[in-house]
Design a protein around this ligand. Structure first.
Ligand SMILES: Cc1cc2nc3c(=O)[nH]c(=O)nc-3n(C[C@H](O)[C@H](O)[C@H](O)COP(=O)(O)OP(=O)(O)OC[C@H]3O[C@@H](n4cnc5c(N)ncnc54)[C@H](O)[C@@H]3O)c2cc1C
Length: 306
């Protein structure tokens, strides 16, 4: 119930204005986001890399409805990749991108062209790109764009969400040689017709998908903070005889940082998802929906605005 209400607020312009201008917002945002500018993302990347962590950087923004904004997002990624390369932070850092920020909502071909330019730049910079998964209405289009990008840039990463009923079948398709696949639970509000609704069903699906990916030919990226699923990931690696360079764990910046370091020190590759940019509202609200303990922030933000 609470999670649904917060995820609905994530799409409300009115709540967005209230939260963005509330004085308490800045502190909590700082915990989950590198900063508003690329140089702050670069600095955080340097620090994480010095701690032995890999990084995937996300330039915040989604659901772009105008072509100029889509072009501006593409250009920001191109500049970011040049800067990462110049700072010798590739290949430890790759980028994650949302096709909806590149115009998928109004023209899939435009989004594909922009994504292609970003993949080409990433390849020049010696790194790669992962396409984030968004709400279920975009899944077919995103997997279709992924297939086209992979024809030229085979290391382009996919993301699948275990809350979707279709995902186990998608994992079977994606678990092939060279295929990088991030498995997460899923962060959007989805109807029962397409998505499991209980935590238990989502977790059971996660384990089934994990089994498919770990037993297949691809490179699984286990994205979760859930201690039980991390332990199952470690167990499956042993079971399927995968060495630490044949899969990785991924976690979000600011979430369970001690666990990130513990896993890295145990010899695993751990990649931190590091967002930056001014459009942090929707991302932030999805993090709050996952962790009701953080809700005091939202209540204070709304109360302080009346
Ligand atoms: C690297 C990465 C990339 C992602 N990319 C996408 C994407 O492209 N598309 C998408 O829809 N979603 C994405 N997500 C979000 C994902 O779908 C989930 O919404 C999010 O990760 C929360 O699920 P969880 O697996 O961490 O478990 P949850 O069910 O949220 O939490 C399970 C347990 O983990 C522990 N835990 C969780 N958070 C904390 C915390 N802050 N402190 C301490 N313990 C905690 C607690 O024990 C909790 O009970 C991504 C997540 C990660 C980590």
């Amino acid at each position: 119930m609470l999670r649904s209400a917060i995820l609905a607020a994530a799409r409300s312009n009115r709540v967005e204005r209230l939260v963005e201008t509330a004085p308490v917002s800045r502190n909590i945002v700082r915990r989950f986001i590198a900063g508003e500018q690329a140089d702050e993302a670069l600095q955080r990347t340097r620090e994480l890399a010095a701690d032995g962590l890999a990084v995937t950087i996300d330039y915040l923004g989604e659901d772009t409805t105008n072509p100029h904004q889509a072009e501006a997002t593409r250009d920001e990624y191109l500049k970011l990749l040049d800067a990462l390369h110049a700072a010798e932070l590739t290949p430890a850092a790759e980028v994650s991108l949302k096709l909806s920020a590149l115009g998928q909502v109004f023209d899939e071909k435009v989004a594909l062209e922009h994504a292609r330019a970003i993949c080409a730049k990433a390849s020049e910079a010696g790194t790669t790109v992962t396409l984030d998964a968004e709400d279920h209405t975009t899944t077919d289009s995103t997997l279709d764009v992924l297939a086209q990008l992979r024809a030229e840039f085979p290391t382009t990463g996919a993301v699948v969400q275990s809350y979707l009923r279709r995902t186990e079948a998608d994992c079977r398709e994606l678990a092939v040689e060279g295929s990088r696949v991030r498995l997460c639970k899923g962060a959007y509000k989805e109807p029962e017709s397409v998505a499991y609704q209980t935590r238990l069903d989502v977790d059971k699906s996660y384990v089934r998908c994990l089994n498919v990916l770990m037993s297949g030919g691809g490179y699984p990226m286990i994205a979760t903070h859930d201690p039980r699923l991390v332990a199952i990931g470690e167990d499956r690696a042993k079971w399927f005889d995968r060495s630490p360079d044949e899969f990785e764990f991924q976690m979000l910046y600011g979430v369970r940082p001690d666990e990130q370091l513990r896993l890295a020190r145990a010899g695993y590759t751990v990649r931190v998802y590091l967002p930056y940019g001014t459009q942090w509202y929707a991302y932030m609200m999805r993090r709050l929906a996952e962790r009701p303990a953080n809700l005091g922030f939202l209540a204070r933000a709304l109360r302080s605005r009346g």
